[in-house]
Design a protein around this ligand. Structure first.
Ligand code: FE2
Length: 223
């Protein structure tokens, strides 16, 4: 084995990886700083954000992480994503989210489901293309956003009179490690199956940001 290949194995993180990571972190910062303060929202608005968040996350998070798992070609990236899925299934994270939503009396209605329908459908179609780098990048953004969103989401639920915070407590902590893992998986996937220059690396991230806009601002109904 020559020196170059040893270095490649030991130091998979490139300057391109670092700049992508910085861009994702800046996008997460931007999304979090755009959130309205809980105390400035009406009870109905707080209710809507929790309901739409739940309408997107409960039935789709494991599905989308599974799509990311199926899309990667780098063998060593798979156990990282699989560990994330194990935790989701073993600890029944969708049940935690359902309990959180029900305790805040914000279980999604037909109106909530329809408010996120269009961009949710676009995300499903995007992840269905099974493009490894783009999918893992999208889920790294999602994990990073979720981890940062747990404080504001807990505040919304508390303002609605809920004390059931297992979901937000768990995800405010475990998703730090999950985000790190996904960035590592991303580096591995980029090394063996880079995205062509004709493709937009951030396509899925932009779709997800639009969907988060629906959750927070109910843009679909305002349009
Ligand atoms: Fe989770």
């Amino acid at each position: 084995m020559n020196t170059a290949s040893i270095l490649t194995q030991q130091a998979p993180v490139t300057s391109a990886d670092i700049s992508i990571r910085e861009k994702i972190n800046a996008m997460i910062d931007d999304t979090i700083s755009s959130l309205p303060a809980a105390e400035k929202l009406s009870s109905e608005e707080r209710h809507g954000i929790i309901a739409r968040y739940s309408a997107v996350l409960e039935g789709n998070f494991i599905y989308w992480m599974t799509a990311a798992y199926m899309s990667v070609k780098a063998e060593e990236a798979r156990p990282i994503i699989l560990e994330n899925l194990y935790e989701e299934v073993r600890d029944a994270h969708p049940t935690m989210l359902r309990k959180f939503t029900m305790a805040a009396h914000a279980y999604p209605t037909e109106q909530d489901a329809l408010a996120v329908h269009e961009n949710l459908t676009k995300m499903r179609a995007f992840l269905g293309r099974l493009s490894g780098v783009q999918s893992v990048l999208t889920m790294a953004f999602f994990e990073g956003f979720i981890q940062r969103f747990m404080g504001p989401l807990a505040e919304l639920a508390a303002a609605q009179g809920s004390t059931e915070m297992e979901y937000t407590d768990v995800h405010g902590v475990c998703d730090i490690e999950h985000t790190e893992g996904l960035f590592t998986a991303l580096s591995m996937e980029m090394a063996i199956s880079p995205v062509g220059s004709d493709k937009d690396l951030f396509e899925g991230v932009d779709l997800l940001r639009a969907l988060i806009g629906d959750i927070v601002f109910n843009q679909a109904l305002a349009a």
